[in-house]
Design a protein around this ligand. Structure first.
Ligand code: SF4
Ligand code: SF4
Length: 399
């Protein structure tokens, strides 16, 4: 009981801080940004928010300009008549260090990821873009954010003093998965927690991750970027936060350690290891059942559980011959080939190119709406086709 009261007080403090920021420092940038957008001018981000570190030595500077080169397309699936322009209403006098550099693009050695965005740290190299993103929220988006933040108060907490013994990890896994699904998840799996999933700001130390997905509202997603899509995204993430908090609380009530792994946690490597799908060229997950139409959440725990396995459903083969997301991405941020990121070769979205478009439009997500796997009922067939194609190619190459 005392623990719940302590969590509620912490939650109220956070909501007060967010509201204060929204109606004080965020107000000026919102007003000036909207005026610049209406007049076809640009604000200079250097004038807003706290100072950010300048690039040092040979650190590369962020190139935030949209790319040109591909013949852009607009998928008939997307409901907007045209994608918003890449002529942004902001610019930098002194651009920060490249976000791709922070992310480890081109680094052959493995290391834990550094925080990059949604950090709420306005002194971070990407702090001015973050300041703009948070500042230009509409009233509806701000209320949605507060509702979401309220759920975070139960992400961590004290566990019960008496621990319920677990004699059968398989049975406990079934119970926890059923609970996660009952709370609103549409898929759930268990992965070992590895440092591929961690960032410097969230050094979790648990053996297991419960990774789950919550189905997205496809109609709203196909309107992105728009305020309705942005509000729906917030509502969906509110769902993942609520489920994570409740599952973690349930485990703590059994006397085991658990915390919601949301902020500063890399959801995609966990979801891949838990067998929830594979990473697509657009930098998001793809599953046979939902394509990219699901949001991820996770809980880290030491409760004894049985691991799931990653599943190869043929996404790599498909992405190698598909370019729907690359040609639909308005600023052309999606690399067509895999890149080396902190010692792992994988699909990668150019952070410096994507994030200005994402910020200017209060979020984006066109790339996941247009992905063919996201069309209902297509994924299973794509997967079968890719596997058959791979088997055929392997048979042909056999001596
Ligand atoms: S749109 Fe095509 S290339 Fe992009 S993630 Fe989907 S399947 Fe892969
Ligand atoms: S969210 Fe996707 S479509 Fe939008 S800018 Fe980023 S990569 Fe491009």
């Amino acid at each position: 009981m005392l623990e719940r009261v302590r969590q509620d007080i912490g939650g109220l403090r956070q909501l007060t801080a967010t509201s204060k920021r929204h109606w004080t420092s965020g107000r000026r940038i919102r007003r000036e940004f909207l005026a610049a957008q209406a007049a076809g001018r640009k604000i200079t981000l250097d004038d807003f928010g706290p100072p950010v570190p300048r690039p040092e030595g040979d650190e590369p500077v962020a190139d935030l300009a949209p790319k040109t080169g591909l013949r852009p397309r607009k998928s008939h699936l997307m409901k907007l008549e045209a994608y918003p322009s890449t002529d942004y209403a902001f610019e930098y006098n002194n651009p920060p260090v490249s976000g791709n550099h922070i992310n480890g693009l081109g680094e052959a050695e493995h290391r834990v990821a550094a925080p990059i965005f949604h950090t709420w740290k306005f002194g971070h190299p990407m702090g001015k873009l973050e300041f703009l993103f948070q500042g230009i929220r509409t009233r509806g988006e701000w209320v949605a954010l507060l509702k979401r933040q309220w759920n975070t108060r139960r992400f961590t907490g004290e566990k019960a003093s008496v621990q319920i013994p677990v004699d059968d990890a398989a049975e406990m896994t079934t119970t926890i998965k059923a609970l996660t699904m009952d709370l609103g998840a549409c898929m759930v799996g268990i992965a070992p927690l590895t440092d591929d999933m961690l960032t410097e700001e969230l050094p979790l130390d648990y053996p297991f991750i419960i990774s789950f997905g919550v189905e997205m509202d496809r109609d709203a997603a196909l309107e992105a970027p728009s305020e309705r899509a942005a509000l729906t995204i917030q509502a969906e993430y509110r769902g993942t936060d609520r489920i994570s908090a409740q599952v973690a609380q349930h485990i703590r009530d059994m006397g085991w350690d658990a915390e919601a792994a949301i902020h500063g946690f890399l959801q995609i490597p966990a979801a891949v290891e838990a067998g929830l799908g594979q990473l697509g060229k657009h930098g998001s997950m793809i599953s046979k059942e939902l394509g990219s139409m699901y949001r991820l959440g996770a809980v880290a725990t030491n409760l004894p559980l049985v691991l799931d396995q990653p599943e190869d459903i043929g996404v790599d083969d498909f992405c190698a011959i598909c370019s729907v997301c690359t040609t639909n991405c308005p600023p052309q941020a999606i690399f067509d080939t895999k890149q080396m990121i902190r010692g792992r070769e994988r699909w990668y979205v150019d952070f410096d190119t994507c994030i200005p478009y994402f910020v200017e439009n209060h979020g984006c997500g066109i790339c996941i709406g247009v992905c063919p796997w996201s069309e209902p009922g297509r994924g299973e067939g794509f997967s079968l086709k890719m596997m058959a194609r791979r088997a055929k190619l392997a048979a042909r190459d056999e001596p």
